[in-house]
Design a protein around this ligand. Structure first.
Ligand code: TPP
Ligand code: MG
Length: 348
């Protein structure tokens, strides 16, 4: 297991992981867009327009950094509900997110059928998940095994929180992937809490990454607020998987600033000082400072990017609000191969 390297200021040198300026600015745009969408989603929840929101503030470094390493539309990605910035980096748009948040019929994820934040997009190979935590780990291992049998060079990339690593599904999935050296990358976003339960009540080891050694493959821990470090670790894990060398467990240490979901009140289990301390290491601000100080983005360009992003979110919200809600008679669409016949009609 690697030691966690934390750069209190600045970022890992991007040239070490093959990242050029253009890539960094693209990542920054995705992170800024995710943050702006999150802020808007909370307002929509408070206004009663969105019945349930899950946001990712604080996780952008872990999410954008890892997703940027994926071969988009080629590798299969199984995100979890927290992964708004993952799906944006893979190619979902602000409109896609708003149609999902406002439960519209045109929602690409499920046409308003699934719970919000159950991300999926067939064209981008983003695979829908079930609500019970960690079940997507087994789906990813199955997809990776299928790729192996078919001789394809696709990798399955699966995301989950540290709370999910207490589930049997996690251990069964890692065990199988280790035994068959499958092309799968396990990405844990360790934010220290599973709703109100702190990590020390979930596991008796300090790092999730330690668990990989029990299944015969490497585990690495990276600073989740260093977008470049996360990219580098994920890129390496994907290369290993594609070369037939088997799985890797990547643990990105991060924090969520907001409550678990719009149904949670985190003031009951987290001191405000703790949240504030993590905000000082904000992944989006760190990337912004790096770009400005290295002259990769001027203050004017930064302002322009933020303004365009704000407009993108506003436009997406207006578009989704004007878009029709699903029709009641479509409630069973895509659920059964043969729609069930109502009992009284069947009896007649
Ligand atoms: C099997 C199961 N148990 C409980 C829940 C309720 N639940 C939803 S999210 C969650 C916390 C998961 O925490 P973690 O995996 O650390 O992810 P985070 O939300 O912190 O990103 C729980 C307990 C569930 N969905 N499935
Ligand atoms: Mg967690």
């Amino acid at each position: 297991m690697s030691e966690l390297v934390v750069h209190e200021a600045g970022l890992t040198d991007p040239t070490q992981v093959g990242l050029a300026a253009r890539g960094l600015v693209e990542m920054y745009h995705k992170a800024v867009l995710a943050r702006a969408l999150c802020e808007r989603m909370w307002l929509l929840a408070r206004a009663g327009k969105a019945h349930f929101v899950v946001t990712c503030e604080g996780h952008e470094g872990a999410q954008v950094g890892s997703a940027y390493a994926v071969r988009r539309g080629h590798d299969f990605v199984l995100p979890y509900y927290r992964d708004l910035a993952v799906v944006l980096t893979l190619g979902m748009t602000a409109r896609d997110v708003m149609l999902n948040t406002l439960h519209r019929a045109a929602d690409v994820n499920s046409g308003g059928h699934q719970m919000p934040a159950h991300w999926s997009h067939p064209g981008l190979r983003i695979v829908s998940r079930s609500s019970p935590v960690a079940t997507q780990v087994l789906h990813a291992v199955g997809i990776a095994h299928a790729a192996r049998i078919k001789g394809q060079d696709t990798v399955a990339v699966v995301y989950f929180g540290e709370g999910a690593t207490s589930k049997g599904d996690f251990h069964e999935g890692l065990n199988w992937a280790g035994v068959f050296r499958l092309p799968v990358v396990f990405i844990c976003e360790n934010n220290g809490y599973a709703i109100s339960v702190p990590a020390r009540r979930q596991m008796a080891v300090p790092r999730v990454a330690e668990r990989a050694s029990a299944y015969g493959f490497p585990g690495v821990t990276v600073d989740g607020s260093d977008v470049v470090a996360v990219y580098g670790a994920t890129r390496q894990a994907l290369a290993r998987a594609r070369a037939g060398e088997g799985p890797t467990l990547v643990e990105a240490v991060t924090y969520r600033y907001a409550p678990h979901t719009s149904n949670d009140d985190d003031r009951r289990y987290r001191p405000r000082e703790e949240v504030e301390a993590w905000r000082q290491r904000d992944p989006v601000q760190r990337l912004q400072s790096y770009l400005l100080s290295e002259g990769l983005l001027s203050a004017e360009e930064d302002q322009g990017l933020r303004e365009r992003t704000r407009q993108e979110v506003e436009e997406a919200e207006r578009f989704a609000e004007a878009s029709p809600v699903p029709r009641p008679e479509d409630a069973l669409l895509h659920i059964y191969g043969q729609p069930p016949v109502r009992r009284e009609r069947a009896a007649a």
